[in-house]
Design a protein around this ligand. Structure first.
Ligand SMILES: [Zn+2]
Ligand SMILES: [Zn+2]
Length: 451
């Protein structure tokens, strides 16, 4: 009885002109440690050997299948020409891949990709591809017609083979399936190549030494960035921001197209950010350079922003750090020092001071979205904890207060009461209008345990 595989192979190559890869791929999930081209070659050798066996016993015609004369199957041409000297190799391209899987095509595409990659610094990459639906459909039809259960997809073979070739040409870079620096996509509909450079993420902390600087770039509320009379044609509400001080030098060093600034929460524009600083991640889109000299950039940024902001860079990171900053870290405890002004004088003895400190320490505060931000945020109730509340100084109608609380607590509203929207509040407790006149964030804790 004839082998199941061989009888399928004979039908297949009788009907279609197959390159070695396309024949081997139909059995691609059988055996490991060899390429589809090798599988296809082995199958063709078997068929050819049977032909020669019959030919030796009694002369038979040259084989009818053009696949045995395909350009990538030299053994076929040599063996058949021994008996039929005039027989020529077939010039037509493979009926399945249209020549895409030929070494020449793979090599040309990889060489072209290498040229496009010349401008990029990267150490890991991944290859992807888009195939014309006609090729994919054809292969599906073949699989069902000949009942081929162990085939691999053409796309996965192409990606692997061109990935291997590209890696040989590039030399030092390695393939990374999860977070590659670069993704090269071969579009086989028009043989174009697209290069996508994945973002760079840099972790650091910033201090804001001067009041009146917003964390992020703030577009003009009248022209929304276009430039108008109101904003002096700058398109911005504030000329400087923490984000812009940091992103400018990075964008030009990395030669990227844009940046995003992710802070672990934010302080008010008029609050300073002191102490150990606030963690941030800078995301640079489509960078061409990745081997950035962080020490040099840190120095450059600090020099340009002297007495305004100061940064300390910790190194490169990834997208999961951004998620962490936005979720977990934004609830991390913060320490504040607030200068508070009372509308009417209040006499606070030592025992009053202590009992207020007790009443406001280790409690939960309920805050409706403050009036000053309700125009841009949903109006809802936020519950946050105060860990420590200390009245450090009393000077007439001015108090200095030290507060450690959960991230996200609105400190100004805790003091003023925000027309009853924050409960309890210092204003209500002292029974006089009380406002924050100066606010500094003096520490952002890494996690609650470090309190
Ligand atoms: Zn082929
Ligand atoms: Zn404007």
């Amino acid at each position: 009885m004839e082998s199941v595989i061989l009888s399928k192979v004979k039908c297949l190559i009788n009907d279609l002109h197959c390159c070695n890869s396309c024949l081997g791929r139909q059995f691609g999930n059988l055996l490991s440690g060899l390429s589809n081209a090798k599988r296809g070659e082995a199958l063709k050798i078997m068929v050819l050997m049977e032909w020669e066996y019959s030919h030796r016993l009694s002369t038979v015609e040259p084989p009818g299948s053009s696949s045995l004369f395909s350009e990538d199957f030299e053994i076929g041409q040599l063996s058949i020409q021994r008996f039929y000297p005039g027989v020529q190799s077939s010039n037509s391209s493979c009926d399945i891949c249209q020549g895409i899987l030929s070494f020449q095509m793979i090599n040309n595409l990889a060489t072209e990709a290498l040229q496009s990659l010349a401008d990029y610094e990267f150490s890991t990459f991944l290859v992807g591809s888009q195939f014309p639906p006609s090729i994919v459909d054809k292969e599906d039809t073949i699989r069902s017609t000949y009942n081929l259960e162990f085939g691999e997809s053409i796309k996965s073979e192409f990606n692997r083979e061109i990935g291997k070739r590209l890696q040989e040409l590039i030399g030092q870079a390695t393939v990374d399936f999860k977070t590659p620096d670069i993704v090269v996509t071969f579009d086989l509909n028009d043989y174009s190549i697209r290069i996508k450079s994945n973002p760079l993420f840099i972790l650091g902390k910033y201090k804001k030494l001067k009041r009146g600087i917003p964390q992020s770039k703030w577009f003009c509320r009248k022209c929304r960035g276009k430039g108008c009379e109101y904003c002096n044609n700058t398109g911005k509400m504030y000329q400087e921001s923490v984000e812009e001080f940091i992103s400018g030098p990075f964008l030009s060093a990395a030669n990227g197209i844009s940046t995003k600034f992710h802070g672990a929460g934010r302080e008010d524009i008029d609050a300073r950010m002191l102490g150990t600083g606030r963690p941030f991640v800078l995301e640079i889109s489509e960078p061409k350079k990745r081997n950035l000299d962080l020490e040099k950039l840190e120095g450059e940024i600090n020099e340009k922003a002297i007495e305004k902001i100061e940064i300390g860079l910790e190194g490169f990171t990834n997208r999961s750090k951004v998620r962490e900053l936005k979720t977990r870290s934004s609830r991390n405890a913060k320490a504040y020092r607030a200068r508070v002004s009372l509308e009417s004088p209040v006499i606070l003895g030592e025992s009053d001071k202590l009992s207020i400190e007790n009443e406001f320490s280790d409690i939960l505060i309920q805050q409706r979205t403050p009036l000053r931000v309700v125009h841009r945020r949903a109006d809802k109730i936020r519950t946050r904890k105060i860990h420590v509340f200390q009245i450090e100084k009393i000077e007439g109608q001015q108090l200095t207060i030290y507060i450690v609380c959960e991230g996200g607590l609105y400190v100004k509203e805790l003091i003023s009461g925000d027309e009853g929207r924050t409960q309890p509040s210092l204003s209500k407790r002292l029974n006089t209008n009380t406002v924050v006149t100066q606010l500094d964030v003096i520490n952002v804790f890494d996690n609650k345990d470090s309190l």
